[in-house]
Design a protein. Structure first.
Length: 130
């Protein structure tokens, strides 16, 4: 198992996170999905967390993240959703017409400590085939 560290702690905190557009609309298509991936990578780099795996479906997002526990998974998800909503709605004006806000307020998060990481990565990669 590989560990990360900051000034205070050594950690291995991996999370499976899923969230949806408002009303579960199928709007993550036609370039929105690819741009979302770019924005997510930018946010991860700025905030120093890792996106291990990511799959964008037309009506939801699956991510496998490794986040510093002192920063918190909730802050990572909040920044991902906030920045992507702002940027995507600015770059794709048709999203403003379809939705009052891009994302729902809720999301699913589960720690991945019990499952082998390779199994979680395979699960997320295979979401397109489901």
């Amino acid at each position: 198992m590989e560990y990360k560290s900051n000034n205070n702690i050594v950690y291995s905190c991996k999370y499976h996170v899923v969230w949806c557009p408002k009303y579960r609309r199928r709007v993550l298509v036609d370039g929105v999905d690819e741009r979302f991936k770019q924005i997510a990578q930018e946010v991860a780099q700025e905030l120093h967390f890792e996106i291990i795996e990511m799959e964008i479906m037309p009506d939801h997002v699956h991510m496998l993240l490794e986040v510093d526990p002192q920063f918190g998974i909730h802050k990572a998800v909040k920044r991902l959703k906030g920045r992507s909503s702002h940027d995507l709605r600015k770059e794709f004006p048709w999203l403003n017409k379809r939705l009052p806000t891009l994302w729902t307020n809720s999301y699913f998060v589960s720690t991945v400590g019990g499952a082998p990481l390779s199994i979680m990565k395979q699960y997320i990669e295979n979401q397109k085939n489901v």
